[in-house]
Design a protein around this ligand. Structure first.
Ligand code: NAD
Length: 288
C-alpha cells in the first residue's frame, strides 16, 4: 500500500480548558511532534471531515503527506475555524472538499470516484461521519431509529463497500478505518439507538476484515470515549457528564483520535486488521 501536528486543534475550543491542573496534554496532542512524510502518495477520504474527530484525522494524515478528500454535508467546522481542506492547503498540503451525505450511496461513490480522479488512488478510507442521539427506548420511533442508522451504520457500511470496490483493484490494496465508539462495545443509559449503530460498526469491521484480507485490505475501527467536539459540548453535554470518569484525568481531544488513525493507516499497523482500538483515557478499563 502506498500507504504521521497537532497544535492548532482548530476545532474551536481551547484544548487546555478541560484539563485538570495536574494533567498536562501530551506533546502529540499539543501538536509538537516532529512530522514525517510517511503518507506521501497516499490518497485518503475522511467522511465528516469538516469538524471534530474527522477534522483532526484529515489534518493529521495530510500533515504527513496524504492527499485528503473532506467529505461532509458542510464545509465550515461546527466549532468554527478555517474549513479543513483550506487549512490543509494553507499549510502546503493537498486537499479537496466534496459535498457528501453519507446516507446516500450515490454521494459516497461520487466522493470515492472524485478522490481517485484527483489523487490517482484511494488508499485510506475513514468512515467517520456520525451523530449522537440520546433517547429512552420507550420514546424511540421508527423514523428516529432509521435516521440514526442511515448515517451511523449505513453510511459506514456503504463507505466500506465503495472503498473495497476500488482497493480490490489496486496492487497495494488499502486501509479502511471506521469510527465506532465505546458505545459500540458497552451499554450506556438512554443510548440504545446510538449503541446499536456503533455495535454494528464494531462488528462489521471484524467481518469485513476477514472478508477482504486476501485482497490486501485492512479494516479496523477506533472506539473513542469522550472527545471534546461539538457532539459532546453542544449536541449532548457528555463532556461534563463523564469528565470525572476518565482515569487519565482529562477529556479526549480530537487529536487523540487523529494520532491513532495515523497509526492504523501506517505501515506500523500492517499486521493489524479486524481490531477495535479503544481511545478513551481508560474509561472502559475502570469498573466505576
Ligand atoms: N466526540 C466523541 O466523544 C465521540 C465519541 C465516540 C465516537 N465518536 C464518533 O466520532 C465521529 C465524529 O464525531 P464528532 O464528535 O467529531 O462529531 P462532530 O459533530 O464534531 O463532527 C461530525 C461531522 O460529521 C458531519 N456529518 C454529520 N452527518 C453527516 C452526513 N450525513 N454525511 C456527511 N457528514 C455528516 C458533520 O457535518 C460534522 O462535520 C462520529 O462517528 C461519532 O459517533 C465521537
Amino acid at each position: 500500500m502506498r500507504c504521521t501536528p497537532v497544535r492548532d486543534a482548530g476545532h474551536g475550543a481551547d484544548p487546555t480548558t478541560l484539563v485538570p491542573p495536574r494533567t498536562l496534554l501530551p506533546l502529540a496532542v499539543m501538536g509538537l511532534t516532529a512530522m514525517s512524510n510517511r503518507f506521501e502518495d497516499v490518497a485518503a477520504v475522511v467522511t465528516g471531515g469538516a469538524s471534530g474527530n474527522g477534522r483532526a484525522i484529515a489534518t493529521r494524515l495530510a500533515s504527513e503527506g496524504a492527499s485528503v478528500t473532506i467529505a461532509d454535508v458542510r464545509e465550515d467546522p461546527r466549532l468554527g475555524g478555517t474549513p479543513t481542506h483550506e487549512r490543509i492547503t494553507q499549510r502546503g498540503g493537498e486537499a479537496q472538499f466534496v459535498e457528501c451525505d453519507v446516507q446516500s450511496i450515490g454521494d459516497i461513490r461520487d466522493t470515492v470516484a472524485r478522490t481517485v480522479d484527483a489523487f490517482g488512488s484511494l488508499d485510506v478510507m475513514v468512515n467517520n461521519a456520525g451523530i449522537d442521539r440520546k433517547l429512552p427506548v420507550e420514546d424511540v420511533s421508527l423514523d428516529d431509529f432509521e435516521s440514526l442508522c442511515g448515517i451511523n451504520l449505513n453510511g459506514v457500511y456503504f463507505g466500506c463497500q465503495a472503498a473495497i470496490d476500488v482497493m480490490r483493484d489496486q496492487p497495494d490494496g488499502g486501509c479502511i478505518i471506521n469510527i465506532s465508539s465505546i458505545a459500540g462495545l458497552y451499554g450506556f443509559r438512554d443510548t440504545s439507538m446510538y449503541c446499536a449503530t456503533k455495535g454494528g460498526v464494531t462488528n462489521l469491521t471484524k467481518a469485513l476484515a476477514v472478508e477482504v484480507a486476501a485482497d490486501g485490505i485492512r479494516v479496523n475501527a477506533i472506539n473513542p470515549g469522550i472527545i471534546e467536539t461539538a457532539a459532546t459540548v453542544e449536541d449532548e453535554d457528555t463532556a461534563d457528564e463523564f469528565a470525572d470518569a476518565v482515569p487519565l484525568g482529562r477529556i479526549g481531544q480530537p487529536e487523540d483520535v487523529g494520532n491513532v488513525a495515523a497509526f492504523l493507516a501506517s505501515e506500523d499497523a500492517s499486521y493489524v486488521t479486524g481490531h477495535n482500538l479503544v481511545v478513551d483515557g481508560g474509561i472502559v478499563a475502570s469498573p466505576t
